[in-house]
Ligand binder design. Structure first.
Ligand SMILES: C[S@@+](CC[C@H](N)C(=O)[O-])C[C@H]1O[C@@H](n2cnc3c(N)ncnc32)[C@H](O)[C@@H]1O
Length: 314
């Protein structure tokens, strides 16, 4: 969602007005999920609950939404959206601060044997991007953190950058960021951290800007976008989570159940494609992408790819 977009919805929380994350490919997701009244659905990346609230409405009052997110700070937003949906005749809901790779554990704790539908919308939420303290944004100064899990048990981006080798950093920037200046940026980061640790978002932006040729500094996409994306994916082990989480989500599905997933990166999409090919009875051959008007309204939608697959009926 774009600040200048007059259609941007806003909500107030204790800290004043905040942008609300706009769910991508929402009509396409509703279509792919093929929801019926009373079903149990797991949203493994519930975020601010935009998709989950729409699913809850489609499931009706006898349905159940189990929402998971590894970021505890985002769950109150999901709770708010799902409470509104519930008061309007939507499904019951339960939220848990867990990664989706723990879905089997989450369901067994709740006494739920299996679910009818599962969904993940990968990547980062606008709410996370907008908070300078989370360190995801190259637009705002803040600590170089980028951890999605609220427990803060893992290494933050600053610590990760202190320890990573030049070779590994170049690989991460190239593979996860598809950054054509990966080598130059990796060497510049290692040189800069030799003088003093890089601990702030805008310090990293400065290193990236100096590393790339002047002609590449002011393109349509901010020059630090790919570096920040790559480091975020590495710090949160997002591809590892996907490799571990997909089989867990699949095992949680009842026979005939359906899993849908939105990827924002070609490597994620490749993992999904391969997974559905190996396991699904029916799946989409080509990913579903956003229409031009959604891409114009919501830049995040431009790289979104939706795939779904259904499990054999017993
Ligand atoms: C793109 S947002 C989801 C937005 C949501 N569909 C909505 O409409 O508000 C992705 C969310 O997934 C969460 N997330 C990312 N990786 C996760 C994981 N492995 N397990 C659980 N949550 C995860 C992030 O913290 C973030 O809140």
């Amino acid at each position: 969602m774009n600040d200048a977009d007059p259609r941007a919805t806003r909500a107030d929380d204790a800290h004043g007005p905040v942008r609300v994350h706009e769910p991508v490919l929402l009509p396409e997701c509703l279509n792919a999920m093929d929801l019926r009244a009373g079903m149990t659905l797991v949203d493994g990346t519930v975020g601010a609950g935009g998709h989950a609230a729409a699913f809850a409405r489609a499931l009706g009052p006898d349905g159940l939404v189990v929402g998971l997110d590894r970021d505890a700070e985002i769950l109150p937003f999901a709770e708010r959206a799902l409470t509104v949906a519930r008061t309007e005749g939507g499904a019951r809901f339960v939220l848990r601060n867990l990664p989706y790779s723990d879905v089997e554990h989450a369901l067994s704790d709740l006494g739920i044997a299996s679910c009818d539908r599962a969904f993940v919308d990968l990547g980062v939420s606008s709410l996370q991007l907008d908070s300078p303290l989370r360190g995801f944004s190259f637009m705002r100064d803040g600590p170089l953190d980028m951890r999605m899990d609220a427990s803060r048990a893992s290494r933050d981006a600053a610590a990760w950058l202190r320890g990573v080798s030049t070779v590994e950093l170049e690989r991460v920037l190239g593979d996860y960021g598809e950054e054509r200046f990966a080598g130059r940026i990796a060497r510049a980061i290692v040189e800069a951290r030799g003088r003093r640790p890089i601990t702030r978002t805008l310090e990293l932006v400065d290193v990236v800007m100096r590393a790339i040729p002047p002609s590449a500094r002011h393109g349509r996409v901010h020059a630090a976008t790919r570096t920040f994306q790559a480091i975020r994916i590495a710090v949160n082990d997002e591809l590892g989570e996907l490799e571990r989480g997909l089989p867990e989500l699949w095992r949680s599905l009842a026979p005939g159940g359906r899993l849908a997933a939105i990827a924002f990166h070609s490597l994620e999409d490749r993992v999904l494609k391969r997974f559905f090919k190996a396991h699904a009875e029916v799946s989409v051959k080509k990913p579903i992408v956003a229409a031009g008007d959604e891409c114009a309204r919501n830049p995040r939608a431009r790289s979104a790819k939706l795939r779904w697959g259904s499990k054999r009926v017993a």
